[in-house]
Design a protein around this ligand. Sequence first.
Ligand code: SAH
Length: 378
Amino acid sequence: MSRYDLDRDEIAELLADLPRYRAVQLWEGLYRGLADPTELRVLPQALRERLSSTPAFAPALSVEHELVADAGTTLKWLLALADGNTIEAVLMHDPRHSTACVSSQAGCAMACTFCATGDAGFVRQLSTGEIVEQVVLAARAARHAGRRLDHVVFMGMGEPLANFARVWRAIERIIDDLGIAARHVTVSTVGVIPGIRRLAESPRQVNLAVSLHAANDALRDRLVPLNRRYPLHELLATCADYVGATHRRISFEWALIDGVNDTDADADELALVAHEVRAHVNLIPLNPTPGGTAHGLTGSPPARVRAFQGRLGERAVNATVRRTRGRSIDAACGQLAAVRRDGPRVPPGAGSTASGRPDRPVRGAKAGDAPTGPGTDG
Ligand code: SAH
């Protein structure tokens, strides 16, 4: 339970003995001010003390470890939940934008062959507040760096559409209360068809990214096991319906894997399906993970990445090559594993140097390797 799980009415109820404006001040402080209640000088001292001793107002996340890379422009946090499970969140600064990459579940049940979170298995769903709090943490850190957090991507741990209701409420808070534009919020899915349908019905103009990685069932079954349940033709039909209903553009994520999905023939196959739904393609050379490496999967070399992009371009498909960020601190795409660390805990801020040189990556004994649930809603 997080203070960010409470809605306005619940906060008002908890402060029912006080004038109504106190609840409003607290809400504004939490969302506009990104503040801890103890920092809210507009509140009387006695109230601040009361808030800090009321469990419902406690934060749900504590920073166990902070790592910095890319000359200070990428930060990764290992965050402990109240029950001792851990998740990760990342903040990335570009010259013009600051983006939070947040987790929607502790672990993940989707078991994609090349993804570190998939390796670790599903632990549990995150609550709305646990998701919102990650964004608040990132927004605070951005503000501290003189920046404004303006993008949120659900590309951290977990499958957001397998935790739809909580993720959706979090998105409403992120847009309405944290002031991030809907068009700057991206939900990334491995292809959970019922979730895509629900997203199509929602009035908010959030972006949808589909992690495709293969455009034929034989290969996709192997890389993304969920494909066996929701095969490509159904996924693509759902994407087409989504575009038809929302007039929003979908993007396809494609992690380029050396010799696996990076040939000219793969590009041609991808071009066909991208045309079907007029999707934009995001290419990223596969980041190394222990599971991926064990399966012999490595990222495509730069020349192949360029050739693949060029081939798509010749077929009139727009493709962007995404820069690999945070690789040295295991903060890059698919690397978030939130493995429990043995050994001493390092306090926040101690994990990096002022030059942005990374500390040792967060990696150790695997936590939560046994899936404890199906990892789906309901
Ligand atoms: N479950 C969601 C969101 C989390 S992963 C999804 O699958 O979309 C965010 C993105 O990182 C996805 O596109 C995923 O396929 C990609 N990814 C996972 N492991 C990766 C790796 N090792 N290298 C590059 N991208 C990876």
